[in-house]
Design a protein around this ligand. Sequence first.
Ligand code: NAP
Length: 312
Amino acid sequence: MTDVRDITIIGSGPAGFTAAIYSGRANLKPLMIEGQQPGGQLTITSDVENYPGFPEGVLGPDLMASMRAQAERFGTKIEFGMVTEVDFSSRPFKIHTEFGDFLSRSVIVSTGASARLLGLEVEKELMATGGGVSACATCDGAFFPDKELVVVGGGDSAMEEANYLTRFASKVTIFHRRDYFRASEIMLERAKANPKIEFRVPRVVEDILKGEDGKIRAVVARNPDTGETEEFACQGLFLAIGHTPNSKVFQGQLDLDEDGYILVHDGTRTSVEGVFAAGDVCDKTYRQAITAAGMGCMAAIDCERWLESQGD
Ligand code: NAP
């Protein structure tokens, strides 16, 4: 732990890589700690149709591989591993990872967000054992040819995942806890127009039942309007109920809002001078790859100017 880096970027999604490209080009030789899902959420997405510059769309993993190559071209050193602890109380900042510790004059946090779960006991077990519960249609959809699936959620992700799953499944039923959808009109209409998709709303999924083979056989859902509960047979369950910011390791070090998002002010400044944040870990409003990339750029510029102001 002898080297003191100018800038360390924690997280390797669009925000992190854009920050790395900008600070690399500013000759700051950034260090990136890439986290447990290198490339971030886009590596588990299929077609990205709304990232400017790709009129035919681009595959999420391809987009992230290009960003990574671009960041490396300008001198970013990428370290694998998770940050387990940080100490931002004194300078240089201390960053502990599974595989080593680092010192840095400045830090950009771009750790993104993770899929939210229903909180049912059996859910994690079935996810871990290939029992038919997943939070990523792109990753696991192909395992369910001609199966009847349930998607939980009422946002754009739920609509997108349900549509995607009809490539494989014989039928997809969307369970949503309200009869009003957060999803954008275009995504909702696309799902409604898909003959393989049905809707069951309002329904609250209260339990997941597994068969003797250890795999999901049904969900138990309650209609909150009538109080009636039904058992709905399915062979797979996909959760699309939003995300939680990956900010746990910064609790007590940086100011977070009540949902755990890092609070930023004046661009990308956090509550600690010299620590900046960008992307989904601090943005609960837009949460897009392009807005994360834009914030990554802002964080790199804010950070570079801050280092200059310190005489570093
Ligand atoms: P979201 O917009 O936050 O929607 C989450 C959905 O899950 C909501 O319908 C919510 O219900 C429901 N939900 C939350 N917690 C739940 C729980 N414990 N039990 C049951 N249901 C629960 O999240 P998202 O769909 O992942 O989208 C996130 C952002 O990414 C959005 O800005 C979205 O537009 C964007 N996105 C865009 C695209 C695209 O344009 N291609 C694709 C995917 C996502 P309530 O509505 O009742 O709160």
